[in-house]
Write a protein of this length. Structure first.
Length: 362
C-alpha cells in the first residue's frame, strides 16, 4: 500500500541520545559587501596558478579511482614541511584529519581534553565519535605557562589532548616550551591544531623528533588561500599514520584534490606571498581598534583579531552588519562574553570595518 500526504507515517528514527543537544557547526553565510567572519584569506589564488591547475585537471583520468594512499601528494607535503613521508598524512580539510585521529585513538571508552575557549569543532567531532570530552576553562587573567599547561593536562589524563596554536578564536600562540610541557605531561596523543601557524610564530613541528605523542595538524584553507579546496594534513610519528590508514575511507582524497594541492605546493611562493600583507594589516587594524575608547584587543598570531568593547556584543555585531560588515560573534565562548572576532581582509575591507566600528562606538 502506498501512503500519500497526511497518511504517510513519520520515520521511526532518532539521533543518538548523546548527540541530541548538539547543533550543526557554522557561521552565518550572508551576502554583504564585507565578509570578515570566517578567517578566509581575502586574496584570490593568482591567475597564473589557477591556469596551471586548470591544465592539470584537463589531463586527469576521472574514470579511475584516485591514488588511495595519496603518495605523491604526501611526499610533496613532507618535503614542504621538512618531515618524513611515513609520518605525513592528508585528508579533506583538517577537520577530517581531526575526525580520523579521534576515530583511531579515542572513541567509546576513551577521552579527549579541550581547553576552552577554543575551536568548537574539537568538542563536536569528539562527541560525534563517541569520545568523552573533558573540558577545562582557562581564565583570561591567568596565562598558560609551561607549568600551568603541564598541570592542567596531567590532571585531565585524557587519551587525546587538543591544543590550538594559534588559538581560535583568541589568536594567541603557545611557546615551544609550553607545547613540550604538554607533550611530557599528556597520557596520550597531543594534537596541536596549527591551522593559523603560518601567520605567526607557532612552529610545533620542531618538537616532533623529541615527542612521539605529538601530532601537528595544518590546512590549505588559510595561508594557502584555498578554503574551497578542502585539504588538511598532519605531521606525526609514523605509527600515528598507520592508525589513520585503518579508519580512513577508501579513496578518501579525490584525484582533483590531490592534483590541485600538488600544483599549489609547486607554486608555494606565489600562493603564500600574501601572508606578510595579512600580518601588516593585522597590526594596523589592532592599533586602530585600541585607539577607540573602551576597546581591548587580544594579542594575535593569526589572521584575525578578537576584541571587546563597552557595547553589548550582539548589538555591536548587528550594527556592523547593518553597515555592510559581517564579523563573528564569539561572546558565547567561555571567558569571551564581551568579544567579537574580525578576520583580516584586504586594506579596503579593513578600512570599511574600521569606519563601521568607529561609527558604532562613538
Amino acid at each position: 500500500m502506498t501512503l500519500h500526504g497526511t497518511e504517510r507515517q513519520a520515520a521511526r528514527v532518532s539521533v543518538r541520545e548523546d548527540l541530541a543537544d548538539l547543533v550543526p557547526y557554522g557561521a552565518p553565510q550572508l551576502d554583504v559587501p564585507v565578509r570578515l567572519n570566517n578567517n578566509e584569506t581575502p586574496y584570490p589564488v593568482p591567475q597564473a596558478v589557477l591556469d596551471d591547475m586548470a591544465e592539470v585537471v584537463r589531463g586527469l583520468q576521472l574514470q579511475r579511482y584516485p591514488d588511495r594512499e595519496a603518495v605523491e601528494l604526501r611526499e610533496a607535503l613532507a618535503l614542504h614541511a621538512g618531515h618524513g613521508f611515513e609520518g605525513t598524512w592528508a585528508a579533506n580539510g583538517s577537520n577530517e584529519v581531526l575526525q580520523q585521529l579521534l576515530m583511531a585513538f579515542a572513541g567509546p571508552g576513551r577521552s579527549a581534553l579541550v581547553v576552552e575557549p577554543t575551536y568548537a569543532m574539537h568538542s563536536l567531532i569528539a562527541r560525534a565519535t563517541g569520545t568523552r570530552v573533558i573540558t577545562r576553562v582557562q581564565p583570561r587573567e591567568l596565562a598558560i605557562t609551561p607549568g600551568v599547561a603541564a598541570e592542567l593536562v596531567a590532571d585531565a589524563a585524557a587519551d587525546l589532548t587538543f591544543w590550538c596554536s594559534p588559538n581560535n578564536p583568541t589568536g594567541e600562540a603557545s611557546s615551544l616550551e609550553t607545547i613540550a610541557a604538554v607533550c611530557r605531561a599528556a597520557s596520550g596523543l597531543v594534537v596541536v591544531d596549527e591551522a593559523y601557524g603560518e601567520f605567526g610564530s607557532s612552529r610545533a613541528a620542531e618538537l616532533l623528533p623529541a615527542h612521539a605523542n605529538l601530532v601537528v595538524t595544518r590546512t590549505f584553507s588559510k595561508a594557502f588561500r584555498m578554503a574551497g579546496l578542502r585539504l588538511g594534513y598532519l605531521l606525526a610519528d609514523p605509527t600515528v599514520v598507520d592508525g589513520l590508514r585503518v579508519v580512513r575511507l577508501p579513496y578518501h582524497l579525490s584525484s582533483v584534490t590531490q592534483a590541485l594541492a600538488l600544483r599549489a605546493l609547486a607554486h608555494v611562493g606565489e600562493v603564500m606571498d600574501h601572508v606578510v600583507l595579512i600580518e601588516r594589516e593585522r597590526e594596523r587594524v589592532a592599533a586602530a581598534l585600541v585607539s577607540l575608547r573602551g576597546v581591548e584587543v587580544l594579542p594575535s598570531d593569526a589572521n584575525f583579531l578578537c576584541f571587546s568593547s563597552g557595547v553589548e556584543p550582539k548589538r555591536l555585531w548587528r550594527g556592523l552588519l547593518d553597515r555592510g560588515v559581517l564579523v563573528r560573534d564569539v561572546s558565547g565562548y567561555p571567558t569571551l562574553d564581551r568579544h567579537l572576532r574580525v578576520s583580516i581582509g584586504t586594506a579596503e575591507e579593513n578600512d570599511a570595518f574600521l569606519r563601521a566600528v568607529t561609527a558604532e562606538l562613538t
